[in-house]
Ligand binder design. Structure first.
Ligand SMILES: [Zn+2]
Length: 342
């Protein structure tokens, strides 16, 4: 249900109008840099833009504005990721499996790039896209510098990073930099409503939880996190003040789940919301779909933060290295906050 439709041309990319104008201008003026660094937060469209650039340079019927057509055989091959002019590199573990978290870009991968770009390009341009470019091993980066400075004719390189401060200065200085900013909330929200069919209120809360990252928003939806958030809040709101039986029952039930840290984060979010709501910063409320349940008139601000700290403390207790008994910890927590949840 959440499979994104193909988005290869620039025109299908959400936001980043300024960055894309710069790149399309370079294509039209035949001044595409030989090496770019696309930097900016995770999951906002840097890779999509890199692929759109690769498509535009290889499309058989490019559009007047410098964009690719999205449907010719070259565009289709680009979309499937098997175009001969597309070379993709990412961090890998020692066995060569992709590992964006702990993997590295190694010397043997640099050799592969160098082999791939050695031969003349028949048509279009060869585009090397390096994901998580901050993960170059020092030797690999050194081996790569020459190629980066002067890629063979017809080839260009796009480095992508969300941590540009970790890049080696020697690598940084050889690239033309394009900085991508987080997506404006409005753009992400309308994407969730128009493309993903989310109701307005839900789209608003997912947008805030995702902090301007489209992939965070999609992950959030895919993991059913939004459903979970709603379920947890409904259950807690259903406990009447002082209803110890119900509080203990919920503690017992939740303690059996393996996503309890996530559940406690949702609960923290609730108190945080009421605190910002009280401060008049309604636009910062995450659980905006529950806003009609906020009754904060006679509530003390300090008490909200007490509840917030109790949830945080419970979370810390049951996590490593403390591993406190989950059920007992949750019972104590819910008994304390049950009457103070709403
Ligand atoms: Zn095309």
């Amino acid at each position: 249900m959440l499979k994104s439709k193909s988005q290869m041309p620039f025109k299908d990319i959400l936001g980043h109008t300024r960055e894309i104008e710069i790149i399309k201008g370079a294509i039209l003026n035949k001044r595409v840099a030989h090496a770019y660094l696309f930097s900016g937060p995770e999951g906002i469209g840097k890779k999509k833009t890199a692929l759109a650039l690769a498509s535009a340079l290889n499309c058989r019927s490019p559009q007047d504005d410098g964009d690719s057509c999205g449907s010719c055989p070259d565009c289709q091959r680009m979309e499937r990721g098997n175009h001969a002019n597309l070379v993709q590199v990412w961090p890998a573990d020692k066995e060569g499996n992709r590992d964006d978290e702990a993997g590295l870009i190694r010397v043997n991968q640099i050799r592969e790039i160098q082999n791939a770009v050695k031969y003349r390009v028949e048509g279009g341009a060869r585009v090397v896209i390096v994901d998580s470019a901050e993960r170059f091993m020092a030797q690999a980066a050194n081996a790569f510098l020459k190629t980066l400075e002067e890629p063979p004719a017809g080839s260009m390189i796009i480095l992508i990073t969300s941590r540009s401060s970790e890049l080696l200065p020697t690598v940084l200085s050889r690239c033309q930099r394009v900085n991508f900013r987080p997506l404006p909330s409005a753009a992400l929200r309308s994407f969730l409503i128009d493309e993903k069919g989310l109701p307005t209120e839900e789209a608003a809360s997912v947008t805030k939880a995702a902090g301007g990252s489209i992939s965070a928003a999609l992950r959030y939806l895919e993991a059913g996190a939004d459903e979970k958030r709603k379920e947890v809040l409904m259950r807690l709101l259903a406990i009447a003040p002082g209803d110890a039986d119900e509080a203990i029952k919920l503690a017992e039930e939740l303690s059996k789940r393996d996503d309890i840290d996530e559940v406690l984060e949702f609960i923290k979010g609730w108190y945080r919301d009421m605190a910002v709501y009280m401060e008049g910063a309604k636009e910062l409320v995450v659980n905006s779909d529950f806003a009609n349940r906020f009754e904060v008139n006679d509530r003390e601000y300090k008490e909200l933060w007490n509840c917030f700290s109790m949830v945080e403390e419970a979370k810390r207790s049951i996590m490593p290295p403390r591993y406190a008994n989950k059920q007992l910890t949750l019972e104590a927590l819910f008994l304390s906050i049950a009457g103070r949840f709403h």
